[in-house]
Design a protein around this ligand. Structure first.
Ligand code: MRU
Length: 351
């Protein structure tokens, strides 16, 4: 079997346009949005047409390139481009990959004139996309080293090709386990309110013929109590210096249940998701979204109209519930403070 883990590309750059797979329509329809400027990219990020921490970082970088194209004749090019970067950064607050990618993109064009900036920003975004796929594959290999025997894995949200440049982080580890015949079965949390598990992870797993079963979020404890889960692997949106980790709402509950059952709980993320400025989870801003998302499932109302609802998009799992971090440069074991800092400084061991 050709096992590339390459489902439909989430991010596809054109000559003067960025095509983004509209993930709101999956799994029913495969349609691309055509984004021609930063505002359109920003909108796609806000409504979760493109989503997942690494993917919104890459989309943001392409958004800045589109802005440079739009502004190339402007007399105050640099000033306007910085404002565009700020607007793109404000699209979603929790995943550090977005602000990181934009800051790195701006560094890459320091001192260049407009025309040079346009081509440099395109090269930067193309490299970010290619590097992300490469690091996900490495991350998958590191994840494999944690599981000598075939395992049952539970995962939350979507961390696959759709959420990244390709292959995936937590889902990349799952793909690598499957390829190495080390995977018995995957339990996929549906991931309310927006169903990234049911709509997106289930779709990616089905495309790759990976054995899996969908469960509602409330079933995770029962499945663990049956002894079917040997490890939990999730992704991350922002990891603080002490290891506290923001990820999709519901991750914290899964970590608590896994802890009770003595099941290892792993976070798979590229080093760009580690935020050196966040000392602990208390420094992480958790996005709150429209409460209407909680009252609806795929547009269908499930609660009395206007009933008060609370909708944090992410939660923070304390570091002491996390057994290890799987990164593209290796596995980080606790205690985390120094280990995370050392890993970020390390030269690429796999090269
Ligand atoms: O709101 P989303 O769908 O963007 O949330 C995505 C997640 O929480 C993922 O687990 C995280 O971004 C890691 S994706 C490799």
């Amino acid at each position: 079997m050709d096992f590339a883990g390459d489902v439909v590309e989430a991010i596809r750059p054109g000559n003067d346009v960025l095509y983004l797979l509209d993930q709101r329509l999956l799994p029913e329809r495969i349609e691309y949005l055509s984004c021609r400027n930063g505002e359109e990219v920003s909108y796609a990020i806000q409504v979760l047409a493109v989503r997942g921490a690494p993917a919104i970082g890459i989309a943001g970088a392409y958004g800045l390139w589109l802005e440079a194209l739009r502004l190339r004749e402007a007399p105050d090019f640099n000033h306007q481009l910085y404002q565009s970067a700020n607007r793109l950064e404000a699209s979603r607050p929790t995943a550090v990959n977005l602000s990181w990618a934009l800051q790195e993109a701006l560094k890459a064009i320091d001192g260049l004139v407009a025309d040079e900036s346009v081509s440099q920003l395109k090269t930067f975004a193309d490299n970010l996309l290619a590097d992300d796929i490469r690091s996900n594959r490495r991350l998958g290999d590191w994840g494999l080293s944690l599981f000598p025997e075939p395992v049952g894995i539970l995962t939350h949200c979507n961390t696959g090709s759709l959420a990244t440049g390709g292959y995936g982080t937590a889902l990349g580890v799952i793909r690598t386990l499957f390829r190495a015949k080390k995977l018995r079965e995957v339990f996929v949390d549906e991931t309310r309110p927006l169903l990234q598990g049911a709509r997106l992870t289930a779709w990616e797993l089905q495309e790759d013929h990976i054995p899996a079963r969908l469960i509602t979020d409330s079933m995770a404890g029962a499945v663990m109590a049956k002894g079917w889960v040997d490890g939990v692997i999730v992704g991350a949106d922002r990891i603080a210096r002490n290891g506290d980790t923001a990820n999709k709402i519901g991750t914290y509950s899964v970590a608590v249940i896994a802890h009770y059952h003595h099941i290892p709980f792993y976070v798979a993320a590229p080093l760009s998701t580690f935020d050196a400025h966040a000392v602990s989870g208390a420094d992480i801003l958790v996005e709150e979204r429209d409460p209407q998302e909680v009252r609806l499932i795929k547009g269908q109302s499930i609660a009395p109209d206007g009933f008060p609802a609370y909708n944090p998009a992410f939660d923070v799992t304390p570091a002491d519930l996390i057994s290890a971090f799987i990164t593209e440069k290796g596995v980080i074991q606790p205690p985390y403070d120094m280990a995370i800092a050392r890993m970020k400084e390390r030269r690429d061991v796999a090269e």
